[in-house]
Design a protein around this ligand. Structure first.
Ligand SMILES: O=C(O)CCC(=O)C(=O)O
Ligand SMILES: [Fe+2]
Length: 211
């Protein structure tokens, strides 16, 4: 993988240790229709080292999908770790377990799977969608996303009615959790950008049956 990360001044010069901060510092923003997001910028310190490890060591897949009459490339690299599969770095297991403990009461079940997306540059993206292949289409749930590498904006917009859109530049160890009805009443996207965007990897933790 020949993508090189421009290490952030904050994160790398002193080779900050890889460490997760307390989730008690999460801040919630209520959206409409029972959706909400929790945000914790800089949850993982030393995250540039994790970016480098994941970029180099994860068996990334370039997928192709049927789109009407054509087969098109999915504009990002993907990896998926199902229930019980070892994650590609120990700190990701710690992150998943910390999230499961923090949300145990409110979510009522643990986070079990991890999906990884690698946005190599501004041409990589994910189009507007909700994570609605599984239970997210009918039930409240949570999807927690840890971002490493260079920030890319995650946008959120309501599917129904009027509400201000949300724009979250996520990278360098930031955490966002989409909760409540967010997957069925709101949509999210990481749009393409013509401005030079550095590489970003997102790690999405989901409970059983949420995709
Ligand atoms: O990369 C992100 O932050 C979002 C990825 C996403 O929405 C998905 O994989 O379902
Ligand atoms: Fe998504």
């Amino acid at each position: 993988m020949s993508v090189h990360l421009q290490a952030s001044l904050f994160d790398s010069a002193e080779a900050a240790p890889l460490r997760l901060r307390e989730l008690a510092a999460l801040r919630r923003t209520e959206l409409t229709h029972g959706a909400w997001i929790d945000l914790l910028p800089g949850w993982l310190t030393g995250s540039d080292a994790l970016f480098e490890r994941l970029a180099a060591c994860v068996p990334w897949r370039a997928e192709r999908r049927q789109m009407y009459d054509n087969v098109v490339s999915v504009p990002r690299l993907l990896a998926h770790y199902g229930e019980g599969e070892p994650l590609p770095h120990p700190v990701l297991g710690e992150a998943r377990d910390a999230l499961s403990a923090h949300y145990a009461e409110e979510l009522g079940e643990p986070f079990t799977t991890a999906g990884l997306c690698f946005y190599r540059d501004g041409r990589d993206s994910v189009a507007w969608h909700g994570d609605r292949f599984g239970r997210g289409s009918t039930q409240d749930t949570m999807v927690a996303i840890l971002s490493v590498g260079e920030p890319r904006p995650l946008l959120l917009r309501p599917r129904y009615g009027d509400a201000p859109h949300v724009r979250l530049p996520l990278g360098h160890g930031d955490l966002v959790v989409m909760g409540g009805s967010c997957q069925r009443t709101w949509e999210h996207a990481v749009p393409k950008t013509a401005r030079g965007a550095g590489p970003r990897i997102s790690i999405q933790f989901r409970p059983h049956g949420v995709q």
